[in-house]
Design a protein around this ligand. Structure first.
Ligand code: SUG
Length: 448
């Protein structure tokens, strides 16, 4: 039976703004307080989805969240009507209002970890929502994420959903941003590669000195257990703490894999040789031939990788053979990175083509092409069991574009977050969206 990789991109929410909320994410910090354009952000994301659909890839959409999150503000002690809650937070606790207004669920690589049915003990596709415990503004995403995933993949026979891990730093879990799957074919048993930043319980693993390591080994191990993965098909690797300290806050900022190929920076992992040998061995036992494309620091420094987001790219199989790399515009603007890419595609290796996308609105918060998508490998039967309204078609693209035009603001500043009307607009937009995507009631304002 044929199997596909379906990319579910996050639709950017109406409150997209630059809150400077992510310590350790260089772009988020350096663009703090800049004026955002929610409308441009949503359209840049939709343009990427449409382009992939037109290239023949299966493309899905993951809905944004209700923001400001009034329920989260109430849990922090703000009271009164919804408008009063926003008003009081704006007056006395701006950083909390900014955190509760973030549109960060757009980076769906962090929504959850997914294991395809070919890898799991019960033959179902498993999803574990990420607790995103490292940052408050992201830690409030998982309850709604779980409801949205359940509405998209609503079939017990094929899909198993696990709630987020315990909400403590020891089980800090950032979802698919630190998880890659290698396989000969999407439908064949593969090797799941979990990259962690630190261990919560074992002091032998070194830690970064400056910036936080968000993903723990123990969280990755728990996800592998929940999904019923076989040890023979799992590899754990520690991210190099030195690169976390240079702004590589997720593995997907320094490496990307697809099929039998890992495209990675020379400094991405600790004990790199051993890690690559284990991947080669385990994939070999599953009938695959592992290929590592290593980018030397002499060609691209970690700093250039972080600035350009070279590795936060989408690595996709082309129908005509070879792979295509989807990169952000910032790669073309960086001379060294662009020179490297030109040489890479001419080198006769697995990566043959590069396509560039303008994702500036998301990039300014540290979110590139790979952050914006959640990969789900599905066979034909499973694909048929997915809520068909979330699969992009030309008609859905048109209706989402018109929906954005109707509801989104052209510009948003920190002061605008204090406007209670923004909440009204957001809820109105999302109510309509749940009808377009046939999600049912998934938002707090629809169920509480
Ligand atoms: O968690 N930025 C996100 C970016 C996530 C990127 N995802 C992956 N690499 N997979 C984060 O740091 C910034 C929000 C702000 O500052 O307004 C933010 O949350």
């Amino acid at each position: 039976m044929s199997a596909y990789e379906v990319n579910f991109d996050g639709l950017v929410g109406p409150t997209h703004n630059y809150g400077g909320l992510s310590y350790g994410n260089v772009a988020s910090q350096s663009n703090s307080q800049a004026v955002s354009s929610p409308k441009d952000a949503a359209k840049q994301g939709l343009a990427k989805m449409k382009a992939l659909m037109e290239m023949g890839f299966r493309q899905g959409v993951l809905a944004p969240q209700e923001r400001p999150d009034v329920a989260a503000l109430r849990r922090l002690g703000f009271s009164g009507t919804d408008a009063q809650v926003v008003e009081k937070a704006a007056k006395t606790a701006r950083p909390l209002l900014a955190a509760c207004s973030s549109a960060s669920s757009m980076w769906t690589a962090n929504a959850c970890t997914v294991s395809p049915s070919a890898d799991t003990a019960d033959g179902r596709v498993h999803f574990t929502a990420a607790n995103l415990n490292c940052k408050f503004h992201r830690s409030i995403e998982h309850p709604t994420t779980s409801r949205i995933l359940a509405a998209m993949f609503a079939n017990d026979k094929h899909f198993a959903h696990h709630p987020a891990l315990p909400a403590v730093a020891q089980f800090g879990d950032e979802g698919a941003a630190n998880h890659t799957r290698f396989c000969k074919d999407y439908g064949a048993a593969g090797v799941e590669f979990f990259v962690f930043g630190r261990s919560a319980f074992d002091a032998r693993f070194p830690e970064p000195q400056r910036y936080p390591a968000r993903q723990t080994l123990e969280a990755s191990q728990a996800v592998a257990r929940l999904h019923g993965l076989d040890e023979a098909g799992v590899v754990y690797a520690q991210q190099n703490p030195a690169v976390i300290d240079q702004g590589v806050f997720h593995n997907d900022v320094i490496a990307v894999g697809n099929g039998e190929v890992l495209f990675h920076h020379e400094d991405a992992f600790l004990d790199s040789e051993r890690v690559l040998a284990e991947l080669q061995d385990k994939l070999g036992r599953r009938g695959g031939r592992f290929v590592a494309v290593k980018v030397p620091r002499a060609a691209v420094t970690v700093e250039d990788a972080v600035r350009s987001y070279l590795f936060n790219s989408q690595l996709l199989n082309r129908a005509e053979g070879g792979m295509l790399l989807i990169v952000p515009e910032e790669c073309r603007n960086n001379e060294r990175v662009w020179a490297y890419l030109s040489q890479l595609t001419a080198s006769g290796g697995p990566i043959r083509e590069v396509k560039v996308f303008d994702l500036k609105q998301s990039m300014q918060n540290g979110g590139g092409p790979a952050c914006l998508r959640l990969r789900v490998a599905l066979d034909e039967t499973e694909l048929a069991a997915v809520n068909s309204q979330v699969i992009l078609t030309p008609a859905l693209y048109d209706s989402l574009t018109q929906w954005v035009d109707r509801h989104y603001r052209d510009r948003l500043t920190e002061n605008d977050l204090a406007d209670p009307q923004l909440l009204v607009e957001c809820r109105g937009a999302l109510d309509e969206l749940t009808q377009i995507l046939k999600l049912g009631a998934v938002y707090p304002f629809q169920i509480d």
